[in-house]
Design a binder for this molecule. Structure first.
Ligand code: ZN
Length: 493
């Protein structure tokens, strides 16, 4: 019977159309019988199969030997459709989820059907061994509103029979049944952030050049799950062989990049600090004495720029804890960009220099995140460290800040004295290996002191670094809600 069908197809002409229609009817009937028997086998499923007629049975190509769309329980109440077809050329096994929406099911079906048909149409008849395609899926529904589906396709074609792997992800809005483009679900520089994480994982395989990777801008597919989101890359995108690379993010790690419209339910969590400012470790010898300079309350145009220029001459860095409402003018933004260009770090000093211990939880979050937004607007990056104004912290602030809290071990009291020599005296007598130093980039006297202290510190064998660099060099893994005064473990609160 099958041979005959193939011949019919090959010799297709108008006169055979009637015969083909009759054949289609047979196939539809056969498919339906298989389906019905599948349903009957699974009693649990019978209650929820009203839309089984939404199956693509009528699309089945008459050449297929056996063809069926089976609805079955996979596990934990997730149902799926399966397409299982075998003929003399190829074996097809495809499965995709049955959602609560016929419209979404149809979209998935269309994609799967097109993929298997394309494969079947390409199979080589003459080969001994049959080509195989297998499509499997992962699915997850987040907050009852976002349905995530990842289809993995594995193809082994004769004669090479080498397995090729492809992934395709979908996000659907369960309320509208529409597909959500990744660029709508995610926001900001999420691709860059994900590339960084990918690079951390397989940087060596990629040739060790992050800039090159960012330039390639590989496009991952995504699957949401209970604990976070996986980005799945096709290795062929960067020419490192066959298969996929999966980079896993917890929800707090990725939530900064989820669009506000979806930041509910499981995504309504505090973000983990984003390492936008990868510590610039080049040229830092961690066996030498290190001191971190930090400057608060800026930026301040000229004095900030003078300080940055002085640091630059020594290949030194610092962390500038800026106040969000001081990041609006051209001059202020210029100064911040000069900091970043010089390899310095921008930290968070709240939007309006508000004492955090006096705030409610929502006011506290707002004071911090408004500054974060302002910094992002000014220089395109968010901050990962918080300096509480006045150094005021308590358990409530620690519990709710969502960032490491950076205090200081050396207080120059530059704001009080406004006197270069007094600042120098503090620095010379109090600086120790691992210390965080507090200054303010608002004063000429402070800029004068920085220009003068740098040669002295370098003579003493110190390197001046940012807070993140100091901690990274000393192996301190900063955690949100913890307070740091220096890189000395016994001084970490
Ligand atoms: Zn301050």
């Amino acid at each position: 019977m099958d041979r005959k069908r193939v011949r019919y197809r090959v010799n297709r002409n108008k006169m055979l159309r009637a015969a083909l229609i009759a054949l289609c009817a047979v196939v539809i009937l056969t498919g339906s019988i298989i389906m019905i028997s599948g349903i009957l086998k699974d009693k649990k499923e019978t209650a929820e199969t009203p839309d089984v007629s939404a199956s693509p049975v009528s699309d089945i190509d008459e050449v297929k030997e056996s063809s069926s769309l089976i609805l079955s329980n996979i596990s934990q109440g997730v149902s799926s459709y399966s397409i299982i077809e075998t003929n003399e050329n190829c074996k097809i096994y495809a499965t995709y989820p049955k959602t609560l929406s016929i419209k979404i099911d149809k979209k998935l079906e269309k994609y799967v059907r097109r993929t298997v048909d394309h494969f079947a149409g390409d199979c080589d008849v003459e080969q001994e061994k049959r080509s195989e395609i297998k499509i499997t899926y992962e699915t997850f529904t987040a907050n009852d509103s976002v349905i995530s589906v990842l289809l993995t396709k594995r193809e082994s074609r004769t004669p090479l029979y080498q397995e090729l792997v492809d992934v395709k992800g979908f996000l659907f809005d369960a309320r509208t049944d529409e597909e959500i483009p990744y660029d709508e679900f995610f926001t900001g520089e999420y691709r860059k952030y994900i590339n960084n994480a990918l690079f951390d994982k397989i940087g060596d395989e990629l040739g060790g050049d992050l800039d090159e990777l960012n330039e390639m801008d590989p496009s991952p597919e995504f699957i949401l799950n209970n604990s976070g989101i996986d980005a799945v890359f096709d290795k062929r995108q960067f020419g490192i062989g066959e298969g996929t690379v999966r980079v896993t993010f917890t929800i707090p790690q990725i939530v900064t990049f989820i669009a506000d419209a979806y930041k509910t339910g499981i995504y309504d969590v505090d973000p983990e600090p984003i390492e936008d400012y990868m510590p610039v470790m080049e040229g830092i010898d961690s066996s030498k004495k290190l001191v971190a300079f930090s400057f608060d309350d800026g930026p301040n145009g000229d004095t900030t720029k003078r300080i940055v220029a002085a640091l630059k001459r020594y290949n030194a860095h610092a962390t500038f804890f800026v106040v969000g409402n001081r990041t609006k003018t051209e001059k202020q933004r210029d100064a911040m960009n000069a900091c970043i260009e010089a390899g310095c770090e921008i930290g968070n000093h709240t939007y309006a220099h508000t004492k955090l211990t006096a705030l409610s939880e929502s006011e506290l979050r707002k004071a911090i995140e408004d500054c974060n937004d302002a910094v992002e607007e000014a220089v395109g990056k968010r901050t990962s460290l918080l300096r509480p104004p006045g150094g005021s912290t308590n358990q409530f602030v620690r519990d709710n800040a969502g960032y490491p809290l950076i205090k200081w071990a050396v207080d120059t009291r530059d704001w009080e004295s406004r006197d270069k020599d007094q600042v120098l005296a503090h620095l010379k007598s109090e600086t120790f290996d691992g210390a965080i130093v507090l200054m303010h980039d608002l004063y000429e006297s402070t800029a004068d002191a920085v220009e003068e202290i740098l040669p002295w510190l370098y003579d003493q064998g110190y390197q001046v670094v940012s807070v993140s660099e100091l901690m990274a060099a000393r192996g301190v893994n900063m955690k949100k809600g913890e307070v740091y005064f220096s890189a000395k473990p016994d001084e970490v609160q």
